[in-house]
Design a protein around this ligand. Structure first.
Ligand code: UT7
Length: 321
């Protein structure tokens, strides 16, 4: 019998109240609602208060996903957290989450693939479950990108937000995740990075996010279209067979260009970037949670998740819900 991995629960968490573009102007950032909205589609983002960590937000999202799946934390045998803003250098955010959930014994580790971290983590969990070695996985994307932003750099600080999204993935005879595809190109490491290093107990070099916006923009559209087609082909499908596309939420122009090149109508593409900004590894599970809970995504429908980010990394997961 073929073992599939199936998403049985989703959950998410956003910290605090929405922060508008005008709120950023009021905080002294030299920008405007008009510039941010027209270039990116972002109107709001959530920014965590001091002290709130990725593992704490991950816990909130995870509890909702576990409740929907009707799975107790103690039943989990795999916990993967995708994050580039871990609570500590170590232990991993996944281990901190495991402790906070009261689970003992599950394998727990972090995945670092920046904004495509969640699809990487989900693809890994799928392979663990399909192999028969694990049965119930918790996969989370959680980020406090506000902590690695240079608030003097208006070209980046207006783009990002904080949050977490989670799914419970269980072994099932029914599909399930149908195909996954993961890629990276390390020669492009410098176009999106936080190039600081820990040395002598201090960060040496630059501890903030740096981005070559236009290079990232062009590469993002190209790889998101390519990996979506690759993943559909691996499942013996075409993009026209998809019910929903949930791309990484970085910029509405990237999302619309990707949907258009794939020939998908706008109403099949889930968009949250207007209200969440770019929450890196949390963006895809946050959007998935929203579209499941508001009833758009129905059982049996085919959904393609895809991410792209620093590394350069990209990937996709195609599943039947
Ligand atoms: O997870 C992946 C993460 N990253 C992305 O997806 C980002 C991909 N890139 C982008 O979305 C776009 O490149 C940006 C939105 C970041 C920038 O848009 P752009 O059209 O590429 O603008 P630009 O960087 O070429 O800057 C155009 C102008 C510059 O002024 P001058 O030199 O033309 O006078 C910037 O100084 O806009 C200025 N500018 C701003 N003005 C007001 C840059 N940031 C801002 C700002 N407010 N926040």
């Amino acid at each position: 019998m073929t073992i599939y991995s199936r998403i049985t629960g989703v959950g998410s968490f956003l910290p605090g109240k929405p922060v508008s573009n005008d709120d950023l102007v009021a905080r002294g950032i030299e920008t405007s609602d008009e510039w941010i909205t027209s270039r990116t589609g972002i109107r709001f983002r959530h920014l965590s208060e001091a002290g709130l960590t990725s593992s704490q937000m991950a816990r909130e999202a995870a509890l909702k996903a576990l409740e929907m799946a009707d799975v107790a934390a103690a039943e989990l045998d795999l916990i993967i957290v995708a994050t580039s803003t871990p609570d500590y250098i170590f232990p991993s955010t996944a281990c901190l989450l495991q402790g906070a959930l009261g689970n003992k014994g599950a394998a727990a580790f972090d995945v670092q693939a920046v904004c495509s971290g969640f699809v990487h983590a989900l693809a890994i969990a799928d392979k663990f479950i399909r192999s028969g070695s694990h049965n119930k996985a918790l996969v989370v994307g959680a980020e406090v990108f506000s902590r690695i932003l240079d608030w003097q750099d208006r070209g980046t600080c207006v783009l990002f937000g904080d949050g977490a999204g989670a799914v419970v993935l269980e072994a099932s005879a029914q599909p399930g995740i149908l195909a996954t595809a993961l890629h990276a190109d390390g020669s492009q490491a410098s176009i999106l990075s936080v190039p600081g290093q820990i040395s002598g107990g201090q960060v040496s070099g630059d501890p903030f996010l740096r981005m070559e916006g236009q290079a990232v923009f062009k590469a993002a559209v190209r790889v998101l279209v390519d990996v979506a087609r690759e993943c559909c082909a691996a499942a013996g499908m075409s993009p026209a067979d998809l019910d929903w596309l949930i791309p990484h939420q970085a910029n509405i122009r990237i999302i619309e260009a990707t949907g258009k090149k794939m020939g998908l109508p706008k109403d099949k593409v889930v968009v949250t970037v207007d209200r969440h900004g770019n929450t890196s590894a949390a963006s895809v599970p946050l959007a998935l949670d929203e579209a499941v809970r508001d009833g758009r995504i129905q059982r049996g429908q085919r959904v393609l998740l895809e991410g792209v980010g620093g590394g350069f990394t990209w990937g996709a997961v195609l599943f039947e819900f």
